[in-house]
Every structure is written in structure tokens, then in C-alpha cells.
Design a protein. Structure first.
Lengths: 305, 77
């Protein structure tokens, strides 16, 4: 059996403050704090590419737990903003970290649902191939593609990266996954040179699809709210997180909100919160749910060992 | 269900907007009465769910005031 042993993250030091854009976008402090929920966005160094963010997250992991590079058998990077179209970013990360020649590497092209997909994918791949230690990276620096004149996106997205150590010495294991796609609406969140988001369409999708999806997954496992300690939702915006929470009918203390000081980090938002929540003694079972570009959604239930 | 000024205001209240919804004027755009763009998206979704109608993006200009919403929904049902 494989599961999550440890998570680490990297956030750039450079920040872009939304308070400086109030006049430009005709917004006030209440909108910044209570609707978007982003005081400032982290922005990567110009010289750093996606693989560099992954490597920096890996160095943070090494501060928490010793990792023998020659024991890593699988390296997966979840991104839609790779270093290059060719080759895959995971190969570049492999080279920069110095992983062994026997390590499998591949990328997963998914956005905000990417961490949950990645978790299922890397565990299944490793178990199928008898592997014991792997690294799941998330890094999707949207600063590469944001139109800074577009109110719908310019105030929202931050850069960052995470790495999850998957191993047979796990502390948390997934007990179920559930996935969905609405490909007919793929144009509502799309990048053709710059990012475009139809805010109303994405809001409608998340408010109607995600709570229903989470409830169905819990019902299938015969679980109710009392069985769940935390709901770790993708941090689309504060308004999105609050809306899903209200429609799920769960208490605010069960739904952490964490993007205020860095923004929406796409596939990194769930593992960034999970990193803290894994070690809290009050947590023994949690729901994860990511949703966004595709339109795509993925949820999981994880349990402490 | 037939739309009225009162039940439209009840839907707007469900969106947890700032201010006293009962004091809202029905002939002034909702967005000019302290309701931001995110709340507007939520109000339109709640209206669609409550009255079982679709309000496509191209019709949004027709539903800016409470009076317009009442007329729009009643014309659809």
C-alpha cells in the first residue's frame, strides 16, 4: 500500500499587492478581503522556470525529511505551464535534482483538479510497477499567461509549487477517488497566448457541480459530515470556497481558507493546505476537492494510517 | 412560480449581499446599490434555480433592475 508521507511547498518572495490596483479595477478593501480573498499574489523570479519552482519545493522537503535521490522511482509533474512544449518538465526536474536513471518521469496536463488526479495516478502507477518511493510535484505559474489588464484574472493567481512524497511509509492513504469532466464548456477557462476566464460560467459550474459531486462521493462511502474532519477545497477564490461550503452545509472551521497571502496557486492550492492539516492531531479523515480548467473536477477521501 | 418584487428580494437576500435588501429600489440597477460582480453572478444562479429559468449571458443587460428581473422571468414562464 502507498500513500502520502510528507508534503512541502515553495512560494516566491516577490509579491504583487491588490491594494495597489483598487483604482484601476474599481474595487474596495471588502472586495479584496471577503470576495477575492487575496491580499497579494506571489510572483516567481523572472529567471525561474516551472522546473525551478519544483526544485525549490523539493529543497523544502529535504528540510523536513531525508530523501535518498537514488531511491526515488517515479517523478510526476502536474502543470499546464511547462518549461517547454518539449520535453516534459518532469525530465528537467529529474536532471536538476539528480534522480537515478531508473526513475520513471512524466507530466500530467491538468489545472486546479490536478493534485487529486495526480495523487490517484502516481499511486496507481507505482503500485502497478512495484515502486515504493515517488515524488508528485505541482507547479503552474500563471504569471506566465496572465493579462494584467484583465480584472477576472489579474487579482487572483499566484505562483508556487509543492512536492508530495509518496511511499510505503505513508502517514495518510486515499480511500476513494471520484472524477468528472464537462468538456463542452472548455472555452470558459482557456489560454490562447493569455488566460481568459468567464467568471460567471466558472462560478456556476463550481457552485452547482462541486457540492453535488462531493456529497455523492461521501454517500457512496456511507459517510456523512460528522465523519469528515476537514474539507480541503481548491482555493479558487474566497467567494468560491464560501459558496461551496454553504451549499455543502458544513461549518466554516472545517473548511480551511489559505490563499490570502499568495493567491490561487492552481494545482498547488490543495497540497499547500494539506501540508499543515496532515500533522494536526484532530484530523483523521479529510475530503479533497479540486475543480477548474477543463472543465474538470476531482475529489478524494483520505484517512490517517 | 410567478416572480414578484418581494420574492426576487428574497432571492437576493440568499446571496448574502451587503446592506438591507428590503430597502433596495426596484427601478435602479442592483449593481448600483452596493452589490458587486461576484454577488451578481450568485444572484443570477439563485434566480435560475429558484424560478427554473435560464438567463444566458446575452440577456444580462435585460435583467439589471428588480423590475426588469420580474418582467423577464414572468415572460419566460
Amino acid at each position: 500500500m502507498l500513500g502520502i508521507q510528507k508534503i512541502a511547498h515553495y512560494l516566491p518572495d516577490t509579491k504583487s499587492w491588490n491594494a495597489e490596483k483598487k483604482e484601476c479595477f474599481d474595487i474596495d478593501d471588502d472586495f479584496i478581503e471577503n470576495k477575492i480573498g487575496v491580499q497579494c499574489r506571489t510572483v516567481k523570479n523572472e529567471d525561474d522556470n516551472t522546473s525551478d519552482l519544483c526544485v525549490k519545493a523539493y529543497h523544502e522537503l529535504l528540510k523536513k525529511i531525508p530523501v535518498a535521490e537514488n531511491e526515488i522511482e517515479c517523478c510526476v509533474v502536474v502543470t499546464q505551464n511547462p518549461d517547454y512544449n518539449i520535453p516534459h518538465t518532469s525530465a528537467i526536474v529529474h536532471g536538476k535534482i539528480g534522480l537515478s536513471d531508473n526513475c520513471a518521469c512524466y507530466d500530467l496536463s491538468l489545472g486546479c483538479s490536478g493534485y487529486v488526479y495526480g495523487l490517484s495516478n502516481i499511486i496507481a502507477f507505482m503500485q502497478m510497477n512495484g515502486m515504493k518511493r515517488g515524488l508528485l510535484f505541482t507547479a503552474d505559474p500563471y504569471s506566465k499567461i496572465i493579462d494584467m489588464q484583465d480584472k477576472n484574472t489579474a487579482l487572483l493567481f499566484g505562483d508556487g509549487a509543492t512536492v508530495t512524497l509518496i511511499s510505503d511509509e505513508y502517514e495518510w492513504k486515499p480511500v476513494t477517488f471520484s472524477f468528472g469532466t464537462n468538456g463542452s464548456n472548455y472555452r470558459e477557462l482557456i489560454c490562447d497566448d493569455t488566460l481568459y476566464m468567464n467568471g460567471r460560467a466558472v462560478f456556476n459550474f463550481t457552485a452547482t457541480t462541486v457540492p453535488k459531486h462531493i456529497k455523492e462521493m461521501m454517500e457512496q462511502k456511507h459517510l456523512n459530515d460528522a465523519d469528515i474532519d476537514k474539507y480541503i477545497l481548491h482555493q479558487g477564490s474566497k467567494y468560491i470556497v464560501d459558496t461551496i461550503r454553504k451549499r455543502l452545509g458544513v461549518d466554516a472551521h472545517k473548511v480551511p481558507f489559505h490563499m490570502f497571502e499568495y493567491g490561487n496557486t492552481v494545482s498547488s492550492s490543495i497540497p499547500m493546505i494539506l501540508e499543515e492539516e496532515l500533522d494536526k492531531p484532530e484530523n483523521s479523515r479529510m475530503v479533497l476537492s479540486g475543480f477548474g480548467v477543463g472543465l474538470s473536477w476531482a475529489s478524494a477521501i483520505i484517512e490517517k494510517k | 412560480m410567478k416572480a414578484t418584487i418581494e420574492n426576487i428580494k428574497t432571492v437576493i437576500e440568499k446571496a448574502d449581499v451587503r446592506g438591507d435588501v428590503t430597502m433596495m429600489r426596484s427601478d435602479v440597477p442592483i449593481s448600483e446599490q452596493g452589490v458587486d460582480s461576484l454577488d451578481m453572478a450568485n444572484i443570477f444562479l439563485l434566480l435560475e434555480e429558484e424560478f427554473d429559468v435560464k438567463i444566458p449571458d446575452e440577456d444580462l443587460a435585460l435583467v439589471q433592475t428588480i423590475d426588469q428581473i420580474v418582467e423577464y422571468i414572468n415572460s419566460k414562464s
